[in-house]
Design a protein around this ligand. Structure first.
Ligand code: CP
Length: 323
């Protein structure tokens, strides 16, 4: 079993270590895969014979199901493991869990973990391909890739676009991956949120900090609105959710005061009425469900490339429909 590719390396741990060319390669490879999900029979034999384990140690709706659909639509065999349903609850370590899976001859592991660095730790210890599905407050690479694809779909190009990430930047792996991806592709990136939820050295990542959401809205072409990560807050970051909504909430009234229309993204899950109001989330400028649709194509592209698929053959690889 070989687990390397000329284009892409063994693993996808984050966007920090990828070049602009590699990121564009994933986005371009995702394009032909979009159409598979629109077919009556949503299946091609691209990863037939590959075994992929989805190892989710944190709750997830979108990412877990999206990876599973991507794997199944490429004809891989998939197994889903959650921490509560595995021997992790009996004290088995992450590496022991993975080594036991390796002994069953798997090819890839998709891992979500609450600890930053867990995917890299695993990737250095097992020969299977490792794909991060989000780790702690470190990175969520496939979320940022699907965000980039969605922005590119609407604006035609990412270079020169002004994208402001609004909300809880401190705890957000989505923010970090987006900042790496967007800046590498030539976007201008802003961040906006309470000082208590803003990393002190955030400007070093090449972003502009906005203290007022009204300024951010006036500056940006795109808002990527992040949820308040209530489970990662021990209290004290914001006075109250109502206060947060009053000062930083993305509302229809705030958007209507801007001199142009903005594209609205949110990675989900949303706290409606906190970081985003329902009439914005469900409004005409929202591409939140387009993000979810694009997530499958992006994850198909990542799995295809990691399995050694040639980007230039992605179009023909999807040709074979399985009846
Ligand atoms: N965007 C995202 O990661 O959502 P889930 O936590 O539902 O996977």
């Amino acid at each position: 079993m070989t687990h390397t590719t000329a284009h892409f390396g063994k693993d996808l741990i984050g966007l920090e270590s990828l070049s602009a060319e590699q990121i564009l390669l994933i986005l371009d490879t995702a394009e032909p895969f979009k159409e598979i999900s629109e077919r009556r029979i949503k299946k091609v034999p691209v990863l037939r014979g590959k075994t992929i384990v989805n190892l989710f140690f944190e709750p997830s709706t979108r990412t877990r199901i999206s990876f599973e659909f991507a794997e199944k639509r490429l004809s891989a065999d998939t197994v889903n493991i959650t921490s509560t349903g595995s021997s992790v609850v009996k004290g088995e370590t992450l590496v022991d869990t993975a080594r036991n899976l390796e002994a069953m001859r798997i090819d890839m592991v998709v891992i979500r973990h609450g600890s930053s660095g867990a995917p890299r730790f695993l990737s250095e210890r097992i020969p299977s391909n490792v794909v991060s599905a989000g780790d702690g407050s470190h990175e969520h690479p496939t979320q940022a890739l699907l965000d980039l694809l969605t922005i590119r779909d609407r604006l035609a190009k990412i270079e020169g676009a002004r994208v402001c990430i609004v909300g809880d930047i401190l705890h957000s792996r989505v923010a970090r991956s987006n900042i790496y991806g967007l800046t590498k592709l030539g976007a201008e990136v802003g961040v906006c949120g309470p000082p208590t939820l803003m990393p002190v050295d955030i400007e070093e990542l090449g972003v502009t900090v906005f203290r007022h959401v009204e300024e951010a809205i006036e500056w940006a072409d795109v808002l990527n609105v992040l949820r308040l990560q209530l489970e990662r807050m021990q209290g004290g970051y914001v006075p109250s959710l109502r206060e947060y909504n009053r000062i930083y909430g993305v509302s229809r009234a705030r958007l209507e005061r801007a001199s142009k229309e903005l594209l609205i993204l949110h990675p989900g899950p949303m706290n409606r009425g906190v970081e985003i109001d329902s009439d914005v989330a469900d409004g005409p400028d929202s591409v939140i469900l387009d993000q979810v649709t694009n997530g499958i194509a992006v994850r198909m592209a990542v799995l295809y490339l990691l399995a050694g698929g040639a980007p230039e053959k992605a179009e023909s690889a999807k040709g074979g429909v399985e009846e």
